[in-house]
Design a binder for this molecule. Sequence first.
Ligand code: HSE
Length: 405
Amino acid sequence: MINVAVLGYGTVGSGIVEVFNTNQESINKKAGNDIHVKYVLDLREFPGDPVMDILVHDYNIILNDPEVEVIAEVLGGVEPAYTFVKSALEKGKSVCTSNKELVAKHGPELLEIARKHNRNFLFEASVGGGIPIIRPLNQSLTADEITHITGILNGTTNYILTKMSKEGLDFDTVLKEAQDLGYAERNPSADVDGFDACRKIAILASLAYGYNVDFEEIYTEGITKITDVDFKYANKMGRSIKLFGNANKVEDKFYAYVAPVMIDSEHPLFSVNGVFNGILVNGNVLGDVMFYGSGAGKLPTASAVVSDIVDAVKHLNTNIMSFWSSKKLELTDIRLSAKKFFVRVSGSVEDKLQAVEAAFGKVEVVLAEGVENEFGFVTEVITEEKYEEASKKVEGVITRIRMED
Ligand code: HSE
């Protein structure tokens, strides 16, 4: 029998206990061993919940119990998770986590400690919730050089953008609705400002390219400036607006960004709606492969953590190698990358088009129904740098959204 401890009895922690209660027998079969949740750590009490029988408030009880071989860390945040995880690995326990803040900040160091002790540090649930993406990157896509990864990596913002697109509602109304439904946090900044997606694409890019991508160096733009008027133009063009986390390799340069992007209906991620996540990976020999599913939520996330626990049990004394060096991956400034831009400008086409084309070169004008005193246009493929220069030459630029085909 293998004893496991769960750190944190919040949404995901209670989901882990529920997953074991629901599927204990089949999980044991797949692990080739009986798995027993010996402890749950939480500062709170849960009167009436059977978890009280195994609840502890002191982490040292778990750390110093040699019978505990695998720990699931679902506390979230960097501390005390980092201290707990590091000490567990140093004591020769494997750790499975859903904590993207921890993985993005300390991933290579914790992987190295696990390697030294012949244990495992696994983090399938840290990106894409229940979607298997970490294990495929580590173990399945190994024949390929990854050229790009494009992901809808945040369920909250995808829910908001989908509602805005389909119901013509403005950002604040939908955010409030998402908060009332419990999808968005009361402080929604990590989601709507793109920081959550930024950490997730940093983790994926680090695994894909083998070097450490510092999430703080990734250009990150959230969705707070996207309006219902932007969607009127998007709908007119048969497009949608999605928050993308993107990492790509062009020749020997690496780019990464998080930003809202207008995509057309042919794009594989076009139909990823609501709280779902989708991740499109391109390998140089495989071509495109796409992963889709529940990117957040109690049971999907718990399912991914339990799958890591099973993997840890199957590899108790064997380190499952991950290709993520602590050596830094130098990202190229995204201002040097090129794409089309959708731009809104105040005034009329008659008055402004000449100045617009003098600055941007040839553009395609877009007019949206019911939108007055402004128009939209799509540029040719230009660099971000060129966009910035050109937009300064035109008076009345309201907004711009990047485009991808
Ligand atoms: N806040 C995150 C989301 C939770 O909305 O996707 C899962 O990481």
